[in-house]
Design a protein around this ligand. Structure first.
Ligand SMILES: Nc1ncnc2c1ncn2[C@@H]1O[C@H](COP(=O)(O)OP(=O)(O)OP(=O)(O)O)[C@@H](O)[C@H]1O
Ligand SMILES: [Mg+2]
Length: 228
């Protein structure tokens, strides 16, 4: 049985696409198709009008900054962990990525880029790990940035600052934001509402509040009932 089906959408360069929906609804499955962590059994995923299966896999993944749902850090310095996203980056580029990722204070509090992270990021909080993995994805200045619930451990103010910083990036990536929070996706150009492996609806926040019962339910639940 397919994990997801009947979903059609397009993202123009520089657009932000939000993906929201219950646990197990297929959010991660969809975005994993872009870097080909899985392939479609039916249908196609294209970038720049070309199917992802027609790209050389390394060049495809080279233009994507992917922050997985579970942050993966290894034992080594903070610098090495971020450079994993782009070995050629200098410290200024690492710090610029960290600034956008709201990770500069994490680096400060640990004592700088030479501070050592334990295996799995054991000496960091969940939100600190998430911000460092976002910095790692940004340091390659990707054409496509994919955040799979990557801000779930951040407070809403930090999450908002992160999204503002990303939308101000000079290299203007196309951004996919998977989140359980309406506040994280409501400013997206389009939001895909996932329900049990299919898109219940795709639209802007205002359109979805108006016509998508599932989206409205999530929104009302998270905002305490106000729909305006
Ligand atoms: N590696 C896998 N092999 C088989 N089935 C999988 C695999 N990963 C996910 N699934 C199934 O695919 C469906 C969609 O899962 P997916 O991980 O895309 O959900 P999700 O919306 O990202 O959920 P969550 O919010 O918990 O991350 C689920 O029914 C899940 O059990
Ligand atoms: Mg997921």
């Amino acid at each position: 049985m397919p994990s997801v089906e009947n979903i059609t959408f397009t993202a123009a360069p520089g657009e932000t696409i939000g993906i929201i929906g219950a646990t197990g609804s297929g959010k991660s499955t969809i975005i994993n198709l872009i870097p080909r962590f899985y392939d479609c059994t039916d249908g196609t995923v294209s970038i720049g009008g070309r199917a992802v299966t027609d790209y050389d896999i390394d060049s495809l993944r080279g233009i994507i900054g992917f922050v997985p749902q579970k942050a993966v850090l290894f034992k080594g310095t903070i610098r090495d962990n971020i450079l994993w996203g782009n070995e050629d980056a200098d410290d200024a580029a690492v710090m610029a990525a960290a600034q956008t990722a709201q990770a500069a204070d994490v680096i400060d509090s640990k004592g700088g880029l030479d501070a050592v992270i334990e295996a799995g990021g054991a000496n960091l909080s969940g939100g600190q790990r998430q911000r460092l993995t976002i910095a790692r994805a940004l340091v390659r200045r990707p054409k496509i940035l994919i955040l799979d619930d990557s801000a779930s451990a951040l407070d809403t103010a930090t999450d908002a600052r992160l999204r503002r910083a990303i939308s101000g990036l000079d290299f203007r990536p196309t951004v996919f934001i998977v989140s359980q929070r309406v506040s994280s996706v409501m400013n997206a150009d389009r939001i895909i509402v996932m329900d049990d492996g299919t898109a219940a609806d795709i639209g802007t926040h205002d359109e979805l509040v108006e016509r998508c019962e599932l989206y409205r339910e999530i929104y009302e639940l998270q905002t305490g009932g106000a729909t305006a």
